[in-house]
Write a protein that binds this ligand. Structure first.
Ligand SMILES: NC(=O)c1ccc[n+]([C@@H]2O[C@H](COP(=O)([O-])OP(=O)(O)OC[C@H]3O[C@@H](n4cnc5c(N)ncnc54)[C@H](OP(=O)(O)O)[C@@H]3O)[C@@H](O)[C@H]2O)c1
Length: 261
């Protein structure tokens, strides 16, 4: 018998592939990213291990045509139970020095792809009164950093968007769940792509594995938790920083940024 379906964007690496591995015993999977070879290898491994149906779509979600194809597919999927909006990337450097094309791609991936895919999924989920969406934001949703302006702003949008969805769903008395997953530093391809030295960013005690992040997320999803910050260190940082007046928070954050230079 066909299992319910989980759709994961950015499943070719890191947190997305950890979601695929953890969900494969329980769900059929639709895995999306650009690197088709990595997706195909993961799909073959998981299908063989768990007997789940695992399909891949190679798509650049910043491309409007590809994004429409994926959102149409999600809208037409009768067994859709879970959507994980996880695809994302980082960049470093002063906002005005960054390549405008890459800045626009980040907005399209973190914001527009999330809007389109969540809209397609929620229409069906709300009608059936079941299902869940996990939006992968970041601790950066709550912490400002010089050199990472657009990344932090799009992740703040993802957290705010998810909280807004929660209120819409609550008002509609819907059983559909949403979660903003807000990881801190996580071992994945993310920092390799930016050619950033992990040790220069934070001591090893601040680094988590993608498996730990995904375990936190899925455990919290079963409890219906809305904002999930894996790791006690990050919970403390976010809870302190978000209680400070803006001027004091920015003073601390500018000190942190200059020390890192
Ligand atoms: N690692 C961290 O420290 C950290 C911390 C907080 C939040 N996050 C968030 O976690 C999410 C996953 O990142 P990760 O850490 O697992 O990094 P990763 O290993 O680099 O994975 C990123 C995934 O996104 C996909 N992706 C990137 N651009 C895409 C595009 N245009 N279209 C479709 N897919 C695209 C990549 O696949 P392809 O290259 O094959 O397309 C890859 O599967 C991101 O949203 C990131 O912002 C990461």
């Amino acid at each position: 018998m066909a299992k319910s379906l989980a759709v994961i964007t950015g499943a070719s690496s890191g947190i997305g592939s950890a979601f695929a591995r953890k969900l494969a015993p329980h769900y059929d999977l639709l895995l999306i990213a650009r690197r088709e070879g990595l997706l195909a290898a993961l799909a073959a491994e998981l299908a063989a291990k768990y007997g789940s149906a695992v399909e891949v779509i190679a798509a650049d979600l910043t491309d409007g045509t590809k994004l429409s194809l994926v959102s149409d597919r999600i809208a037409a999927e009768p067994g859709l139970a879970l959507l994980v909006n996880n695809a994302g990337f980082g960049m470093r450097g002063a906002f005005w020095e960054a390549d405008l094309g890459i800045l626009e791609k980040m907005q399209r991936l973190h914001v527009m792809a999330t809007v389109r895919l969540s809209h397609a999924a929620l229409r069906a989920m709300v009608a059936r009164d079941r299902g869940a969406i996990i939006n992968v934001a970041s601790v950066s949703a709550f912490v400002r950093s010089a050199g990472s302006v657009s990344y932090g702003a799009t992740k703040s949008w993802l957290a705010a968007f998810t909280e807004g969805l929660y209120l819409d769903l609550k008002r509609a008395n819907s059983a559909v769940k949403v979660q903003a997953l807000c990881p801190g530093y996580t071992y994945s391809g993310f920092h390799d792509i930016m050619s950033v030295d992990r040790h220069a960013l934070a001591p090893s005690s601040f680094w988590m594995t993608a498996d730990e992040v995904v375990d936190n997320s899925l455990k919290a999803l079963s409890r219906g938790k809305l904002v999930v910050i894996p790791g006690w260190r990050y919970k403390v940082i976010v809870s302190v920083l978000t209680k400070l007046p803006t001027s004091m928070r920015l003073l601390l954050e500018s000190g942190r940024t200059s020390r890192k230079r």
